[in-house]
Every structure is written in structure tokens, then in C-alpha cells.
Design a protein around this ligand. Sequence first.
Ligand code: HEM
Ligand code: HEM
Length: 142
Amino acid sequence: MSSVTVWFIRCALIYFLVAILLGLHMTVAGPVYPVMPVHVHFNLLGWMSMMVFGVGYHILPRFSGKPLWSDRLSYVQLWTANIGLLGMAAGWYLKSSGSGTPVLVVFSVVEALSILFFVINMFKTIKITPPPAKPAAVPVKK
Ligand code: HEM
Ligand code: HEM
């Protein structure tokens, strides 16, 4: 696996653990702000999306029989996805103490850009390939 795949999967697993701890906290404390949006987005943008990014970078070029369009963009996406998500979490915590909306907006845009980078890279990588030819029938000896 490439290092971008390994790092996306490592990050996804870490966000999953943190999100589950926040979920357990809310099971006891109720759906409190800002734990609720952080739990939701660590699960959906951290765990689920990053797992899809990591697996996607590995598998989609292979399915297409074509190299990934841009390795460099995939690393930029790894960084922006993490900076964006952690910044969004910080924004929600700051917002709960009265400030933080600009922080949330800036990092939300960073996160949205990271998604755009993935979409561009994948659109440029995937292509329609014909299905593999059927194996020729082997004559049976009598
Ligand atoms: C041990 C695992 C988990 C625990 C204990 C847990 C716990 C919670 C709790 C207590 C809430 C607040 C519910 C409420 O009273 O409104 C919540 C909300 C939520 N959780 Fe989890 N959760 C877990 C795993 C997950 C996973 C794996 C996902 C997604 C992949 C997820 C997605 C969500 C979403 C989207 C909401 C918000 C629902 C809404 O907007 O009302 N959770 N979770
Ligand atoms: C760039 C990406 C994203 C941004 C900037 C974003 C931003 C936000 C914001 C600002 C809220 C309101 C939180 C609050 O103040 O309570 C929210 C709520 C929510 N978002 Fe996202 N989101 C993004 C991606 C996603 C994705 C990909 C999913 C699902 C796959 C998702 C699912 C949800 C859900 C379920 C809620 C309701 C949470 C709650 O009940 O507290 N979001 N999002």
C-alpha cells in the first residue's frame, strides 16, 4: 500500500476511537454541544470518509488499470483533510464558549477543499475498461 493509503487508514482508525469515546460520553451526559457535532464529524468525515479515501487511493487506480492522476494532490488532500477536521473540532469548542465562528468557517472551507481534491483526482483517474475476456473453452478428453 502507498503511504497515503496507510496514513488515511491510520487516521481513520484514530478518529473512530476518539468518536466512539465521545459517543460513550454522550450516552451518559446526553447530546451535549460541542461534543455532538465533533462526534458526528469524527465518525463521518474522520472514520468513514478517510477510510474511503485510503481504500479508494489503493483500489480505484487498480480497477482502472491506470496510475493515480496526481500523487502530490493525494498528499495535499491528506493534510487538508486532517487540518480541516481538527480545525472544525476546535471551531466547535471555541463556538461553545462564545467565539469561534470564523475558525469554524475557515477550517470548514479547508475540509471542503480536501474533498474537492479527492473528487478531482478520482475523476481524472477512473476510466471505463472492458471486462476481461471469457476464458476459452478447454476441450474435454474422452
Ligand atoms: C459506541 C459507538 C457509539 C456511541 C456510544 C454513540 C453515541 C451517540 C449518542 C449518545 C448520540 C446522541 C443521540 C441523541 O440523544 O440525540 C449520537 C449521535 C450521533 N451519532 Fe453516534 N455513537 C456511536 C457510534 C456512531 C457511529 C459509528 C456513527 C457513524 C458512523 C455515529 C453517528 C452519529 C450521528 C450522525 C449522530 C447524530 C444524530 C442526530 O443528528 O440526531 N455514531 N451518538
Ligand atoms: C466540509 C464538510 C462538512 C462541513 C463543513 C460540515 C459542517 C457542519 C456544521 C457546521 C453542522 C452544524 C453543527 C452544529 O452547530 O450543531 C453540521 C451538522 C451535521 N453534519 Fe456536517 N459538515 C460536513 C460534512 C458532513 C458529512 C460528509 C456528513 C455525513 C456523511 C455530515 C453530517 C452532518 C450531520 C448528521 C449533522 C447534524 C449533527 C447534529 O445533530 O449535531 N456532515 N455539519
